[in-house]
Design a protein around this ligand. Structure first.
Ligand code: C5P
Length: 208
């Protein structure tokens, strides 16, 4: 029986769109782990907490309860009655989030939230198949060239493709420590694949 499907990969490799579609096809909820890191970055920016100060970030989490709600139609993050989701995909948060994600105790806090979610589900991120759910039933790792990722992302952010590509490369560099395929993950280069093709490759590899 499928319990957890992990879909990891580099920034803007299409993980969340793919995970949402795969989950829908498998009739499972999907979980977007990056949203929790994004929400911490957003809170830090909002409250002028330096992103390099792990202790201060942890105190911020103590005083502002964050909750990931993995709805099938799209994940949401709430903070004390307020839906933060629409504030999480900005260039400002993109630029700050990797600094937040490098803190080990903060990663432990995120992982605790994820492991508390009721199984089964499809989960996407960077280290879902390696650090967080090494026991997952089936694992995938998505890549794509930086140019293709920037072209896909340019429509969603301000800035031209070159600037978006530079920002993505910078985020790749900061995220390198946690962005690795699990030894038992199936690697998929999505540079020349459509969303439908990626979803179909994944579904073929998921045991019936
Ligand atoms: O997946 P997404 O691009 O939304 O993730 C935002 C950021 O959160 C990543 O750039 C990375 O710094 C961090 N992240 C992480 N580990 C995860 C998911 C996201 O470090 N499992």
């Amino acid at each position: 029986m499928l319990v957890i499907v992990t879909i990891d990969g580099v920034a803007a490799s299409g993980k969340s769109s793919v995970a949402a579609r795969v989950a829908q096809q498998l009739n499972l909820p999907f979980v977007s782990s990056g949203l929790l890191y994004r929400a911490v970055a957003r809170l830090a920016l909002k409250h002028d907490v330096p992103t390099q100060d792990q202790e201060a970030l942890l105190r911020l989490l103590d005083s502002h309860a964050l909750e990931l709600r993995p709805y099938a139609q799209g994940n949401e993050v709430w903070c004390e009655g307020e839906d933060l989701t629409h504030e999480l995909h900005t260039a400002e948060v993109d630029a700050a989030v990797s600094r937040v994600a490098q803190h080990s105790q903060l990663r432990a806090w995120v992982n605790e939230q994820l492991r508390a979610l009721p199984e089964p589900f499809v989960v996407e991120g960077r280290d879902m198949g390696t650090a967080v759910f090494p026991q997952a039933s089936v694992k995938f790792y998505l890549t794509a060239s930086a140019r293709v990722r920037a072209e896909r992302r340019a429509g969603e952010r301000t800035g031209d493709v070159d600037a978006v590509e530079a920002a993505l490369r910078e985020r790749d560099r900061h995220d390198a420590a946690q962005s690795r395929p699990a030894p038992d993950a199936l690697l998929l280069d999505t540079s020349n694949l459509s969303l439908d093709e990626v979803v179909s490759c994944i579904l073929k590899a998921v045991p019936a």
